[in-house]
Design a protein around this ligand. Structure first.
Ligand SMILES: [Zn+2]
Ligand SMILES: [Zn+2]
Length: 167
């Protein structure tokens, strides 16, 4: 990986530009089309809240942000929308935080599994790819007669922005 790509993974502003957000909404819409599923208004609204930031977002944050905008929903509606977004693969669930983030690598190789880098200080999230680590997990698991179910690997740490900040 080049230094240029590494830099872009953690932009200094956690906010996604309007243009990028529009683009990721378009891609999400396409992903739903490809699976013959409907990208309903609610699914789109929930996706926009999650995709509007580089950080991971909890279901209750989504609920609160939509309420601020005048859309009051029952938690179950938000969870159902989140389930649909997860199924199509446009968002991922961060197990360690029970939070969600928009997939930033929709144009990557289909079926490849990401390594998720998650900053413990600012909650920024980035995805990188390395099949090697999954091959190792599969191999050592099978050696232990264990069937692994690993969709991605989470790595907790400190992003470049937080590392450069003085406390
Ligand atoms: Zn992804
Ligand atoms: Zn950070």
């Amino acid at each position: 990986m080049t230094e240029g790509i590494a830099k872009n993974l953690f932009p200094s502003s956690g906010i996604i530009s309007e243009r990028r957000l529009t683009k990721s909404v378009e891609r999400a819409c396409q992903a739903f089309d490809e699976k013959n599923l409907r990208f309903t208004k609610l699914r789109r609204e929930v996706f926009e809240e999650i995709a509007a930031t580089h950080n991971s977002v909890g279901a209750y944050d989504v609920l609160a942000r939509l309420a601020e905008k005048g859309t009051r929903l029952a938690p179950i509606s938000v969870y159902r929308a989140i389930d649909a977004l997860l199924e199509v693969g446009v968002i991922h669930r961060l197990e360690s935080k029970n939070a969600y983030f928009a997939c930033r690598r929709l144009d990557h190789t289909p079926g490849s599994r990401p390594i998720v880098l998650s900053c413990e200080k600012c909650n920024a999230v980035a995805e990188v790819e390395s099949e090697g680590i999954f091959e190792t997990i599969d191999r050592v698991s099978k050696g232990a007669s264990f069937e692994p179910r690993v969709r991605f690997v989470e790595v907790l740490g400190t992003c470049r922005n937080c590392a450069s900040k003085k406390d």
